[in-house]
Design a protein around this ligand. Structure first.
Ligand code: 4NP
Length: 175
């Protein structure tokens, strides 16, 4: 679904679109979002038009694979998560076109880090891509939850990341 009335920074149709998903730990939500988008571009045959990464605002798990529970739930949907955890850094604001936080705390941390206004405009909450009527306005942290928390994250991300893909593809096709 193409999301209307969304203000996103200019996206060049001639270059790869660079997307960075961000959460707190970079072991649950943001690597899952990365895996969902990698699967979509693979399916659509547009892998070479995208650069997709994820990072955490925190530094608790640097170098680690995603949480085993997240990997198990994602694998059941055909999504392999192979990202290794890293922390967001200042150069990410230059490098990426879109920086997508999972919740309000992630967004606030990113805004605090953003070196200038142009960088801040790259920060678009994942929930901005939720379909109208979605019962959440953020992607809830599943770390202290049971299996249903991980399933909920994947359900929300399946929709939101597809909508991000559709919306950016639509904008690029208009150029
Ligand atoms: P994430 O979940 O932000 O979705 O990766 C978390 C993972 C680890 C921690 C918090 C949230 N932690 O506090 O270690």
């Amino acid at each position: 679904m193409v999301i209307e009335n969304i203000t996103i920074p200019p996206i060049s149709p001639d270059k790869s679109t660079k997307v960075l998903f961000v959460c707190l730990g970079n072991i649950c939500r943001s690597p899952a979002a990365e895996g969902v988008l990698l699967n979509i571009v693979d399916h659509e045959g547009t892998t070479d038009e995208w650069i997709i990464d994820s990072a955490g605002t925190g530094n608790y798990h640097i170098g680690q694979l995603p949480d085993r529970r997240m990997r198990v739930h994602a694998r059941a949907r055909g999504i392999e998560l192979t990202h290794h955890c890293r922390q967001v850094n200042a150069s990410d604001f230059r490098e990426f076109d879109l920086i997508i936080p999972m919740d309000a705390a992630n967004a606030d941390d990113l805004k605090y880090m953003a070196p200038d206004d142009a960088s801040e405009r790259k920060i678009i909450p994942m929930a901005r891509f939720f379909a109208p009527g979605t019962h959440y306005d953020y992607v809830p942290d599943p770390y202290y939850e049971g299996a249903e928390g991980f399933e909920l994250v994947l359900d929300l991300l399946n929709d939101a990341v597809q909508n991000l893909y559709d919306t950016v593809s639509h904008i690029k096709s208009r150029h």
